[in-house]
Design a protein around this ligand. Structure first.
Ligand SMILES: Cc1cc2nc3c(=O)[nH]c(=O)nc-3n(C[C@H](O)[C@H](O)[C@H](O)COP(=O)(O)OP(=O)(O)OC[C@H]3O[C@@H](n4cnc5c(N)ncnc54)[C@H](O)[C@@H]3O)c2cc1C
Ligand code: FES
Length: 534
């Protein structure tokens, strides 16, 4: 990658399939790339919620901090979020108690509650206008399912110290959810406004942020070294890898979390017709809902965001059907939903035991830290990472160290671990199958597909003009075959979730290298491998 170019995370391809609500009223942040070697107390890789929260909190402790990102501030999964901020845990308290025990489950609830409170305090301290609001959250059962289990969940949530009660129905006009749980003290915000505010506050404290800086190696030791693809190196007492999927951990963590794709639609509703609250059901996969309003105080409408339809990355590529099902589900519950102009998807990592991995990188030097395993609660997990890693780096004890220890092994997770890794092993077997399509002429304009060429699998992209570009379909992380994601116009690896743009340039790890170049298939008009426009 030439010096100074910015990796456009999740670039929209020729057909603009995605439309993200936050980008209509906010933007991801750009900064200049790193051009010379630097020294700092701490180097943070990744300017999403986890990296920026850690950097900001360390800067408040007086540490000199450098942040490197190969894209833009909040340009990764953080701009895909729906930004529900909850201590109502999406895996459920009964499940968490079984997996981690009652004491640890209490610490989990405490840490997510503390994360919401910390965000609220930062918003106030730094005067960040980001639509932060405290709201109630409602959990209800899908139709036809007994509500008996809610009583047990209520008891487990209360044992965990969460403020929750059973109410006769959720405040949804015209749709009777039946009995449901109301969690108080949840919250929501506009993620891009928050992240830009956090970045500005960090810089006021003396912090430095460099975008367009692709990191390829992170080494620990007496002095940590963070090496960028273009050459400059940051040397620091400690390094934090907050790249969503750690780029410095080849296997230990990636075999304990599974990449899922989750989908969101945004529909226009008349202002006042939907209660401002968070909603979830207990379906499998579950739905998550919130209202985003006040883009324009004089407007007469708000946007209802409805997410769900999660699927393991690489299992199916039926995104349009998933958006359609979300829309039908939403209209059945909120008939005032009008036009649906927003739809997008993103990736989340589901750790086998439900909790993020935050702390010292396993099998590494003591001064290398990671934050990953965001699950559906990455906004609070990312903030917990900020608080916990700041404590560890400043030499303080944290009550949450063991709970989120990346080296932990939970006996209850062993079966899930074995099952998920069988699923991953099956993805390596892709090598034995024929390519997805027989020839370039079978690829619709604006799409990609994998072709077999002898023993090689080739990832071929055809633009709207019929120009074809090709790269190896072999993921440079551990060798799985990538697949085309037509909702985001990217190549994604079903094994551990690496993503690459249309031309094979790595957008997110664990891979750090691009897909290898190959010649375009014979007979196809060729397109030069090019950088995505910023
Ligand atoms: C559709 C959707 C809805 C969601 N809804 C919610 C919700 O309601 N509530 C909630 O709590 N969570 C939610 N999540 C999860 C949450 O948004 C994410 O977990 C969280 O934003 C991840 O933050 P992060 O900082 O770990 O990663 P990211 O935001 O992805 O940041 C990682 C950064 O690292 C950079 N990077 C990667 N590799 C390199 C490299 N080699 N060199 C330099 N930089 C690199 C990337 O450019 C990126 O900016 C949702 C996620 C999705 C997809
Ligand atoms: S992400 Fe691990 S093999 Fe592709």
């Amino acid at each position: 990658m030439p010096t100074g170019s910015v990796r456009t995370q999740f670039p929209l391809g020729d057909r603009m399939r995605a439309n993200i609500v936050w980008l209509t009223t906010g933007e991801t942040g750009a900064r200049a790339p790193l051009q010379q070697d630097l020294r700092a107390d701490v180097c943070v890789v990744g300017a999403g919620i986890a990296g920026m929260s850690t950097a900001y909190l360390l800067a408040r402790e007086g540490r000199s901090v450098v942040v490197l990102d190969h894209g833009r501030i909040a340009g990764g999964e953080t701009h895909h979020t729906t930004a529900h901020l909850c201590n109502a845990m999406d895996d459920g308290f009964i499940w968490l108690e079984r997996m981690h025990g009652r004491d640890a489950t209490r610490l989990v609830a405490e840490s997510h509650g503390a994360a919401i409170a910390r965000i609220e305090a930062i918003v106030a301290d730094e005067d960040i206008a980001c639509d932060f609001d405290r709201v109630d959250g409602y959990l209800f059962e899908p139709p036809g399912q007994t509500t008996a289990g809610l009583g047990d969940e209520l008891a487990a949530a209360r044992r965990a110290g969460v403020s929750v009660e059973m109410v006769s129905r959720a405040p949804i006009d015209g749709f009777d959810t039946g009995a449901c749980l109301r969690f108080s003290g949840q919250a929501q915000l506009h993620p891009l406004k928050y992240l830009n505010g956090l970045a500005a506050a960090f810089e006021r404290l003396g912090g430095r942020i460099f975008c367009g800086t692709h990191v390829t190696e992170v080494h620990g030791g007496n002095e940590a070294e963070v090496i960028s693809a273009d050459g400059p190196v940051v040397r620091a007492r400690a390094a934090v890898v907050a790249t969503n999927a750690p780029i410095n951990n080849r296997f230990a963590l990636h075999s304990r979390q599974v990449p899922f794709r989750t989908f969101v639609i945004g529909g226009i509703v008349p202002r006042g017709s939907v209660t401002k609250a968070l909603f979830w059901d207990d379906a499998d996969p579950y739905h998550y809902v919130r209202l985003q309003g006040a883009f324009d105080p004089t407007a007469t409408t708000d946007v209802l965001l409805v997410g769900g339809e999660d699927v393991r990355v690489g299992d199916v590529n039926d995104d349009d059907a998933r958006y359609d099902r979300l829309e039908r589900w939403a209209r059945a519950r909120w008939p005032t939903v009008g036009e649906v102009p927003y739809r997008w998807s993103g990736q989340v990592y589901e750790p086998v035991d439900g909790l993020a991995f935050i702390g010292r990188n396993p099998l590494d030097s003591d001064n290398i830290y990671v934050a990953t395993g965001d699950s559906g609660q990455g906004m609070t997990h990312g903030t917990i990472a900020g608080m916990l890693l700041t404590d560890l780096i400043c030499g303080r004890k944290s009550p949450w160290t063991r709970t989120y220890d990346p080296a932990r092994v939970r006996l209850g997770a062993v079966a899930a671990y074995a099952k998920d890794n069988l699923g991953t092993a099956a993805r390596y077997a892709e090598w034995l199958l024929p390519g997805e399509v027989q020839g370039v002429d079978r690829i619709p304009p604006g799409e990609g597909a994998v072709l077999r060429r002898g023993l090689q699998k080739v990832a071929v992209y055809k633009d709207l003009q019929g120009n074809v570009s090709a790269c190896s379909a072999t993921c440079p992380h551990l060798g799985c075959v990538v697949g085309w994601n037509k909702s985001q116009d990217i190549w994604e690896c079903p094994c551990h979730g690496s993503r690459f743009d249309r031309f094979g340039k790595v957008v997110n790890g664990p891979a750090v290298d691009d897909l290898a170049s190959v010649e375009a298939p014979a007979g196809a008009p060729k397109k030069k491998r090019a950088l995505e426009p910023v």
